[in-house]
Design a protein around this ligand. Structure first.
Ligand SMILES: O=C(O)[C@@H](CO)OP(=O)(O)O
Length: 247
C-alpha cells in the first residue's frame, strides 16, 4: 500500500480577485499563506510524513509546499518540480474576470470553458501581456509542446507521463508522496485515480490548502474512491465556493 497526498495551493491573489489564472504566476494571498500553513499542520496532526515532494513550476504551488512543510517541520524534504503539474493553461481567458466573462458569454459557454473535458478556451497570443511565451522557466520546453490554451483532456495527457515516470516510481519504493499543485492539474490526476468519466468530471472541484489523502493499492489505484480530506467539513464548504466562482 502506498500513500499519496494531494495539496492544492492556498488562495492566490488572483483567486481572491476572481480572475482566470492558468499559467500566470500569481502569488498567494495572506489568506492563502495561512491555508498552506494549516495544510501542513493537518498533515502533522494526522501523523502523515511525506518522504518526497512534487510541485509545479508555479510560485503559488511552490510557496504552498514550503509553507506547509515549514509548519510540519519538514522543509528539508527533497522536492522535484515539473511544468507537467502546472495549472491548466487558460488561453485567452488568462487575466479575465470570471464574473464578467460569465456575463459576457453566458452561463453555458462559461461552464464549457471552465469545466468541460475537451473544449479549450481560445488560444492566447504570444504578445498578450498574460502569455508565458519567453518565460525563462519554460526555456527548455519545445515550442510545439508549450501550450497556448488547454482543456482538461490536454492536462490529463501532459500530466500522466509525469505520474507514471516520476510519482509512481517514488510510490513503488514505499515513499509517501506529497503533490503540491493546482485545481485543474489535481482534477486531472483525481480523474485518473478514481476513474471519473469525461462528463462526470465537470462536477469535481478541489478546495485550496486542504490535504487530500489517498491510500493506493498495488496497481496504484485508490483503496477508497475519492480519497479523504484531512478536514472534511472545511473541504465541503471550500468545494462549494470553488464551484460558485464567477457567480
Ligand atoms: O483560474 C484558474 O486557473 C483556475 C484555478 O484557480 O480556475 P477555475 O477553478 O475556474 O478553473
Amino acid at each position: 500500500m502506498a500513500t499519496l497526498v494531494l495539496l492544492r495551493h492556498g488562495e492566490s491573489e488572483w483567486n481572491a480577485k476572481g480572475l482566470f489564472t492558468g499559467w500566470v504566476d500569481a502569488g498567494l494571498s495572506a489568506k492563502g499563506e495561512e491555508e498552506a500553513r494549516r495544510g501542513g499542520k493537518l498533515l502533522l496532526e494526522a501523523g502523515i510524513r511525506p518522504d518526497v515532494v512534487h510541485t509545479s513550476l508555479l510560485t503559488r504551488a511552490i510557496q504552498t509546499a514550503n509553507l506547509a512543510l515549514g509548519a510540519a517541520d519538514m522543509l528539508w524534504l527533497p522536492v522535484t518540480r515539473s511544468w507537467r503539474l502546472n495549472e491548466r493553461h487558460y488561453g485567452a481567458l488568462q487575466g479575465k474576470n470570471k464574473a464578467q466573462t460569465r456575463e459576457q458569454f453566458g452561463e453555458e459557454q462559461f461552464m464549457l470553458w471552465r469545466r468541460s473535458y475537451d473544449v479549450p478556451p481560445p488560444p492566447i497570443d504570444d504578445d498578450d501581456e498574460y502569455s508565458q511565451a519567453g518565460d525563462a522557466r519554460y526555456a527548455l520546453l519545445p515550442k510545439e509542446v508549450m501550450p497556448r490554451t488547454e482543456c482538461l483532456k490536454d492536462v490529463v495527457e501532459r500530466m500522466l507521463p509525469y505520474w507514471y515516470d516520476n510519482i509512481v516510481p517514488d510510490l513503488s519504493m514505499g515513499r509517501t508522496v506529497l503533490v503540491a499543485a493546482h485545481g485543474n492539474s489535481l482534477r486531472a490526476l483525481v480523474k485518473h485515480l478514481d476513474g471519473i468519466g469525461d462528463d462526470e468530471i465537470a462536477g469535481l472541484n478541489i478546495p485550496t490548502g486542504i490535504p487530500l489523502l489517498y491510500e493506493l493499492d498495488a496497481d496504484f489505484r485508490p483503496v477508497a474512491k475519492g480519497g479523504l480530506y484531512l478536514d472534511p467539513e472545511a473541504a465541503e464548504a471550500a468545494i462549494a465556493a470553488v464551484a460558485n466562482q464567477g457567480r
